[in-house]
Design a protein around this ligand. Structure first.
Ligand code: PLP
Length: 451
């Protein structure tokens, strides 16, 4: 592993993001379960042989699909420490070290995003689990308002929980609603805060949950958080913010207006494995009233387990998971290594790179930008003259597929305002302008082949 790391990082910036030619190597993973093992070195060598050839270079600078950060050197080294020490970050009784690191990591994250003192939370595997955690807390609050004990009795006998959102609502939040038992289709979607406010008024004071999105993946758009916080305050609703990557707008004075109001939310979900550039899996939920966590996530008693208020308790009783790896260590290490300034500089560099790509697109007669670029996502399409809208959609859909097969750069396709488009997101600390120049030239290259 140690020997393989150097060559892997040495070539990461220049290798194909995905090498289809290496795909047959994947067959080497198969075969029947070995009756007799081949030994540690042989097994790990085989894994490295297959893995270094077939892995997606999503940790490299030219992966613009989804929103996927890489790993900073400090975060990666700390992630290796996680495996070295193999702590169970369940409770203090299993690891005082992991518990202490998680307390500090959560508080540093709170400070990083400018959230008020007194907030708490838990580290989760992802923003999806952070959405589950935040919306679970919201559901407990809502059930309490109906005089019910959700932890003991579940949703039985309760009305449907009103969930209000805008068109920016992310599928992950819907998945969270689906997991908790509200159903993925229960969220009512409104065009904006005014319409959402009318619905809240019509509910006549019945408790409701608002899900706001801070940074959606198509173009990086934001709900007006301050307006939604006003509505939540005046109607007594719970405000949950899904800021998986968009929360990082708070780090720069240039973009902090996008997240203004988040400090008035009740729960905030975000990812560390995206823009913090920490290895997978790493997300977190931050909540205004951490005293609610134990009631929602404590485990029904067993004589050998600490209770939620036990001095030997910990985050396994304050979040959705029980046994868990010490995912605080990479967060702690990367924040300790680079600090608030380092992260502000990275976010600003990525926004500058998005602005650079937007300017290249705007200056190109054959490219068309389809949305504003408030943050780090650039939504555009290839648009040669003389093609009808259906032909442009078809071409751009095939272009997005071709990019993934080509592998020199990765950028995903989407449909924005009814038009097929590409939506590269810039969130890797290694990315530079030449990587974006390459993206544009590969787009042109493949589009010419497809036509
Ligand atoms: C990526 C993303 C999620 C889901 O994050 P996972 O880490 O994949 O669970 C949720 N919401 C938004 C806005 C996202 O961009």
């Amino acid at each position: 592993m140690y020997d393989a790391a150097g060559p892997f990082f040495g070539t990461l910036a220049d290798r194909l993001v995905y090498d289809r030619a290496a795909e047959p190597l994947l067959d080497r993973l198969g075969g029947p379960l070995p009756e007799t093992g081949r030994g540690t070195a042989a097994a790990v060598e085989e894994l490295l042989r297959v893995g270094t050839a077939t892995a997606t270079a999503s940790a490299g600078p030219r992966f613009f699909h989804f929103v996927i950060g890489g790993s900073t050197p400090a975060a990666l080294a700390a992630d290796w420490v996680v495996s070295l020490l193999d702590q169970n970050a369940f409770v203090k009784a299993s690891s005082r070290f992991a518990d202490a690191a998680e307390r500090v990591a959560l508080d540093w994250l709170r400070q990083l995003f400018g959230l008020p003192e007194g907030w708490g939370g838990a580290l989760t595997a992802s923003a999806t689990f952070a959405n589950v955690a935040g919306l679970t807390l919201a559901t407990h609050w809502w059930a309490e308002r109906h005089g019910a004990d959700l932890a003991a009795d579940g949703l039985a006998g309760l009305p449907r929980m009103p969930v209000l959102a805008t068109g920016l609502l992310h599928p992950s939040a819907r998945k969270a609603l689906q997991l908790i038992g509200h159903g993925k289709d229960t969220a009512e979607v409104f065009a904006g805060p005014a319409a959402l406010g009318r619905r809240l008024a019509a509910l006549g004071g019945a408790p409701a949950v608002i899900i706001a999105t801070a940074g959606e993946p198509n173009a990086g758009a934001f709900d007006p958080l301050a307006d939604l916080a006003d509505l939540a305050a005046s109607h007594g609703a719970w405000l949950h913010v899904d800021g998986a990557f968009g929360l990082f707008a708070a780090l720069s004075p240039r973009t902090a207006h996008l997240t203004a109001g988040v400090e008035r939310a009740d729960s905030v979900a975000a990812d560390a494995h995206k823009w913090l550039n920490v290895p997978y899996e790493s997300g977190f939920v931050l909540v205004r009233d951490p005293s609610r966590l134990g009631a929602a996530f404590g485990m029904p008693g067993a004589p050998y387990l600490p209770g939620p208020d036990d001095p030997r308790g910990g985050f396994g009783l304050l979040g959705p998971e029980s046994s868990r790896r010490a995912r605080a260590l990479p967060i702690w290490a990367t924040l300790a290594a680079y600090g608030r300034d380092g992260y502000r500089a990275m976010v600003e560099r990525h926004c500058d790179l998005a602005g650079y790509l937007a300017a290249v697109v705007d200056a190109a007669p054959d490219l068309e930008r389809l949305a504003d670029v408030p943050l780090n996502v650039v939504c555009f399409r290839y648009r040669p003259p003389g093609l009808s809208e259906p032909a442009l959609d078809d071409l751009n859909r095939r272009l997005a597929e071709a990019l993934l097969d080509d592998g020199r750069v990765y950028a995903g396709g989407t449909v924005h305002d009814g038009r097929a488009a590409l939506r590269p997101a810039i969130s890797n600390w290694r990315t530079t302008e030449p990587d974006l120049d390459l993206l544009v030239s590969v787009v042109r290259d493949l589009a010419a082949q497809l036509r």
